[in-house]
Ligand binder design. Structure first.
Ligand code: FE
Length: 166
C-alpha cells in the first residue's frame, strides 16, 4: 500500500518535471536573446541542448513504465519563468539585465535540482534502477549548470557594478 502511494507520487512528480522541462525549452531561447554577455548567451544555448536531453530521458523513463509523460502542469516553474520574463521587460542596463537573467536561471536550476534529487531517491527506493541512473545524469547536469552560472555571475556582476555609475 505504502509502496503504491509512493509510486503514484513518483509518477505525478515525473510528469510535473516533464512539463517543467518543456516550459524551459521555450524560455531558454528568449533568455539567450536577451543576454548581452556572449558567454551567458552561449551558456543558455548549451543548456537548451541539455534540456532537450532531459526531456528525452524522462520520455525513456515513462516508456519503460508504459505510462504517458503528459497530464501535469508545473505551476512552480510557470511562476519562476514568469518572474524571469518580467525582469526582461524592465528597463535595466545590459549588464544589470545579465545579472538578473543569471539569478532567474539559478532559481530554475535550484528548483530542478530539488525535484530531481527527490525523484532519484524515490526511484532508488522503488527499485527503478535504470531510472535512477537517468535521473542522476540529469541531476549532475543541472548542478553543473548552476555552478557555471555562479562563476559567470562573478564576472557579470562586477561589470554590472562598474556600469552602475553611468
Ligand atoms: Fe533540466
Amino acid at each position: 500500500m505504502q509502496e503504491s502511494s509512493l509510486k503514484g507520487l513518483y509518477l505525478k512528480e515525473l510528469r510535473d518535471i516533464y512539463d517543467a522541462e518543456k516550459q524551459i525549452t521555450k524560455a531558454l531561447p528568449k533568455m539567450a536573446k536577451a543576454a548581452s554577455s556572449s558567454q551567458l548567451r552561449q551558456g543558455f544555448e548549451m543548456h537548451l541542448d541539455q534540456t532537450k536531453n532531459h526531456v528525452t530521458r524522462l520520455e525513456q523513463i515513462f516508456e519503460a513504465l508504459d505510462e504517458s509523460p503528459k497530464g501535469e502542469s508545473c505551476d512552480g516553474m510557470k511562476g519562476l519563468l514568469e518572474e524571469g520574463s518580467e525582469v526582461m521587460e524592465e528597463d535595466l542596463d545590459p549588464e544589470a539585465l545579465d545579472a538578473a537573467l543569471i539569478s532567474a536561471a539559478q532559481r530554475v536550476e535550484h528548483y530542478e535540482i530539488a525535484a530531481y534529487s527527490s525523484l532519484r531517491t524515490w526511484a532508488n527506493v522503488l527499485g527503478e534502477k535504470q531510472a535512477v541512473s537517468l535521473l542522476q545524469e540529469t541531476l549532475d547536469e543541472e548542478k553543473e549548470t548552476d555552478q557555471k552560472l555562479t562563476q559567470l555571475a562573478e564576472k557579470v556582476n562586477v561589470k554590472a557594478a562598474a556600469a552602475g555609475g553611468r
